[in-house]
Write a protein that binds this ligand. Structure first.
Ligand code: NAI
Length: 348
C-alpha cells in the first residue's frame, strides 16, 4: 500500500521562532497575533530551549528569532543566525546586555527591543521587595501558617521620613521615586543625566558616595554596562549607612554578590531584596525544586533571614506582557518591511 503524506500548507507568513518561551508568553503572543489582520499575521513557534551555541541551529528556516534576558547572543550565535537567513533578532525585554552589538552591526543583523512596557510593573515590584524586607512579611507569612503568632524579630521601621536613594532615574526610577514620595520619604537621586520629572517630585541629585552614605534604603534602576558593573562592591560597601536596605530589580551585575554577603554578615547591610542575580542564567525561569543548586554563592544568600529574592519577575504583569507582545510583533513587522524601527538597538 502506498503511503501518502499531506503536503505542508503553503504560507507566506513570516516565521518567528521564540526561544526560552514560557506559557504566559505563548498565550499573549498567540492572542495578539491572531488579532492582527490576516496579511499582518506571523507564524509563531515557541520552544522552551534557551538560545545558545547548541540550539541556534533550530532557527534554520525562520525569518526572525525572539529572545529573552538569559539567552546567549554572542558573536558565535549571531553569526550562525545570520548564516541561517535570520533577518532580525527581536529581544522581548528592555535590557540587551546579553547581545554582542558590535558583531550584530558588523553582520548587519538588526536587533530590536522593547524599551518600555510598564515602568510601573518594575517600580511596584521594587517597592514590594522594600516593604517585604522592612516589615519582614516573608518571615511573618510562614510564622502565621505554622501557628506561630509571636512578633519577636519582626520589628521594622517607618518609611515615612526616611531617606531613599534612587540610582538611575529613567522611566522605572522616576515611577519608583513617585511612589516613595507618597510614603513621605526624603528622596536622593544619582544619575549622570538629571530627570526634571524626578526633580519635580522633590528628589535631590547628589553624588553616588553621598547617596550611599545618607540613604536608609537604596534602589538600583540603572542599566548594566561597564560603568555600572559592580556599582555596589567591597569598596562602596564601606560608604553605606549602617543597616541600609538594598533593592536591585535592574540587573544582577550591578552588585558584587560576595560583597553583599560580607555586608550582610557584618550588619552593614540591613536587608537585601533582589529580583536579579549576576549568575541567574542557569537558575531563573526554571523549576529546580527537585535539584541540588550548585551555585554556593546563591545558596548562601538564601540562608539570610533578611534577604528576599524573586526570580526576575518584576516585569510580570498583564499590562507589561501585553505591551511586550504588541511592541515585539510591531518591531518585527517594521524591520521585515524595511521600515524604520524606533526600537532598534545600536552601539552608538
Ligand atoms: P531607562 O533607560 O529609562 O533609565 C535608565 C537610567 O539609568 C537613565 O536615566 C540613565 O541615565 C541612568 N544611568 C546610566 N548610567 C548610569 C550610571 N552610571 N549611574 C546611574 N544611572 C545611570 O531604563 P528603565 O526603563 O528605567 O530601566 C532600567 C533598568 O531596569 C533596565 O536597564 C533593565 O536592566 C532593568 N529592568 C528590569 C526588569 C525586571 O523584570 N527585573 C524589567 C525591565 C527593566
Amino acid at each position: 500500500m502506498m503511503m501518502t503524506t499531506t503536503p505542508a500548507r503553503p504560507t507566506n507568513k513570516a516565521k518567528i521562532l521564540f526561544y526560552s518561551a514560557k506559557p504566559y508568553e505563548t498565550e499573549i503572543f498567540t492572542k495578539l497575533n491572531a488579532e492582527l489582520s490576516t496579511e499582518a499575521q506571523f507564524k509563531l513557534t515557541f520552544i522552551e530551549a534557551h538560545l545558545c551555541e547548541t540550539t541556534v541551529a533550530l532557527a534554520k528556516g525562520y525569518d526572525a528569532v525572539c529572545a529573552f534576558v538569559n539567552d546567549t547572543l554572542d558573536s558565535y550565535v549571531l553569526t550562525a543566525l545570520k548564516e541561517q537567513g535570520i533577518q532580525i533578532v527581536a529581544m522581548r525585554c528592555a535590557g540587551y546586555n546579553n547581545v554582542d552589538l558590535v558583531t550584530a552591526e558588523a553582520l548587519k543583523l538588526p536587533i530590536v527591543r522593547v524599551p518600555a512596557y510598564s515602568p510601573y510593573a518594575v517600580a511596584e515590584h521594587a517597592v514590594t521587595l522594600l516593604l517585604t524586607l522592612n516589615r519582614k512579611i516573608h518571615k511573618a507569612y510562614s510564622r502565621v501558617r505554622e501557628g506561630n503568632f509571636t512578633l519577636d524579630g519582626l520589628v521594622g521601621m517607618d518609611l515615612h521620613g526616611k531617606t531613599v536613594g534612587i540610582v538611575g532615574t529613567g522611566k522605572i526610577g522616576a515611577v519608583f521615586t513617585g511612589i516613595m514620595k507618597g510614603f513621605g520619604c526624603k528622596l536622593l537621586a544619582f544619575d549622570p543625566y538629571k530627570n526634571p520629572e524626578v526633580e519635580a517630585l522633590g528628589a535631590t541629585y547628589v553624588s553616588l558616595p553621598e547617596l550611599l552614605n545618607q540613604s536608609d534604603a537604596i534602589s538600583l534602576h540603572c542599566p548594566l554596562m561597564e560603568a555600572t558593573h559592580h556599582l555596589i562592591n567591597a569598596k562602596t560597601l564601606t560608604q553605606l549607612k549602617r543597616g541600609v536596605l538594598l533593592i536591585n530589580t535592574s540587573r544582577g551585575g550591578l552588585v558584587e554578590t560576595q560583597a553583599i554577603i560580607e555586608g550582610l554578615k557584618q550588619g552593614i547591610i540591613g536587608g537585601v531584596g533582589l529580583d536579579v542575580y549576576e549568575e541567574e542564567g542557569p537558575l531563573f525561569f526554571e523549576d529546580l525544586s527537585c535539584s541540588v543548586i550548585q551555585d554556593d554563592v546563591f545558596s548562601r544568600l538564601l540562608t539570610f533571614p533578611n534577604v528576599v529574592i524573586t526570580g526576575h519577575q518584576a516585569f510580570l504583569t498583564k499590562e507589561a506582557l501585553s505591551n511586550i507582545a504588541s511592541t515585539t510583533l510591531g518591531n518585527v513587522q517594521a524591520i521585515l518591511a524595511n521600515q524604520p524601527c524606533a526600537n532598534s538597538v545600536t552601539t552608538g
